[in-house]
Design a binder for this molecule. Sequence first.
Ligand code: ATP
Length: 358
Amino acid sequence: MKHDFSELKLDRVTRRFAGAGGKAFNALDELTLTVKRGEFIALLGPSGCGKSTALNCIAGLLGLSGGSIWLDDLRLDTLPPEKRGFGMVFQNYALFPHMSVERNVGFGLRMQGVPAAEIAPRVDRALALVQLVGQGHKLPGQLSGGQQQRVAIARAIVIEPPLILMDEPLSNLDAKLRIETRAEIRRIHRELDRATIYVTHDQDEALSLADRIVVMKDGAVQQIAPPPEVYAQPANLAVARFMGYRNVLELDVAGQEGGRVSLAGPGISLAGVAKQPIDGRRAAVAIRPEEFAVGAPDGPNTIAGRIDNVEYSGRDALLDVVTASGAVLHVRGPVTFRRGDEVRVHVPPERVLVYRPD
Ligand code: ATP
């Protein structure tokens, strides 16, 4: 397999399964994506959205029901997994428990028939890259979860694959180790200068690691964009919800002037909001909890309510504010507020995103 590739191209990759009652459905529906050498791509979405199906189609562990996969001008989807030569890292490490770290890492090279004299230095280099020098003689069971995952990464990269595929590799690690290993994965990706496709349901992981995020839902791509764009301009309501816009309110379109729109609902009125392509008299707005200012004076874009729940989170708190009409707003605010307090919350109009209602 050649390594001096410039891009991997997925062209309308589709995978169908038999669902409930034998009715076929597309677990992956026409995924089209070009991954450049050096790029880090995150496939992000809720459980069941088709992320692992996509990764397994790329790896060759699942056949395609439609579409094709190319590494430059070489068609890959007709090749078995071992001929594609991709490195894979799984959630559960998938190490051989009876083999030493060194033998685990060298496994792929032995399978490829690489001469023994070449294997040792390549294994040493891979272990150095994942910062496990001196641990090669140990068995996986003698290592921590984070170290085992680094062995799995060394095993994936030792074969010098053009593409590294990772399926939720940090899920089994505790919070601190997850953040440390995340930084390691990014560093290893940079040093290797290949391409990485990384499956996760964790938006923070995707935002911190990826050059581009592919957001998926029900087997279909919702948005492909760099992290700041997915964060600030979700393509639709489903992406917005998934990216932490916890407040989604359906309101009436009260008026439009120039590029601005005003929206109203019981006890809520928002003015000067940037107009999106909405049709009809109803629109959904999406607002992040951290965009509200709590304790604002009465005025435009200010909503009154009573605090119904306070979830302490250290630096600040997540407040549930119930409006007079019974709508619940999730608002990040100071820890000084208590349940039962009457508050006003203000949102700047530029922080309100407008979508067609579901
Ligand atoms: P998770 O994060 O839970 O692994 P995912 O986004 O990776 O979810 P997939 O594992 O790709 O999702 O599954 C996508 C859909 O395809 C789901 O509805 C799942 O139940 C279904 N599916 C996956 N594998 C099969 C299979 N072998 N046969 C039938 N349906 C399947």
